[in-house]
Design a binder for this molecule. Sequence first.
Ligand SMILES: C[S@@+](CC[C@H](N)C(=O)[O-])C[C@H]1O[C@@H](n2cnc3c(N)ncnc32)[C@H](O)[C@@H]1O
Length: 206
Amino acid sequence: MTSEREHHWRKVYTDKQPEDVSWYQATPEQSLLALDRFGAVPSQSLIDIGGGASTLVDVLLARGWHDLTVLDIAAPALAAAQARLGEAGAAVMWAVADITDWQPPRRYDIWHDRAVFHFLTQPAQRTAYIRALTNGLAEGGFAIIATFALDGPEKCSGLVVERYDAEKLAQTLGSGFRLDASWRDVHLTPWGASQAFTWCVFRRLA
Ligand SMILES: C[S@@+](CC[C@H](N)C(=O)[O-])C[C@H]1O[C@@H](n2cnc3c(N)ncnc32)[C@H](O)[C@@H]1O
């Protein structure tokens, strides 16, 4: 059965082109910065949570990564990414799932989430996400999580979000994760609006 959330996101990606959504970026600069800063290498596995039609997977494939998974609640988002990638997309694992209702089938070295966790406004949703993160991230692996900052927009895609600074996000994730780095970035939407983000890198503790 389609949930309200799935319906919302399916409609977004059916009605709009990937370049026309507020979160569009031609190059995922902050994500690449985080990966480079933490010495990530193409032999590692990475899952992009709520990856949508992001071009992160394109860049990583071009850099020689070969164990990539993109998970999203909206099948049309993944279809857009697959169409753009063509044959190269066959090397990627694509998963249509709600992260709050998903049991990782394996563990990944790197968990990447740009602008997804902040949609989880209910404690039970966050608990479910953190359970998936704990089960899906290898011990010692790292999670790159970007949310709207405390002074960022109150809504995204018409949905209310929970905003974070690094301390609040670290407290929310709990003692199983150590905050290794955080920084602020201001994303410019395709129409030039500024959106302040908090970027964090967490290490999963044993
Ligand atoms: C703001 S967009 C960000 C997309 C992508 N991470 C990027 O940076 O371009 C949020 C994405 O999260 C997905 N999403 C929202 N709620 C989700 C959930 N509960 N489980 C999985 N994906 C979800 C949406 O379909 C959408 O693709």
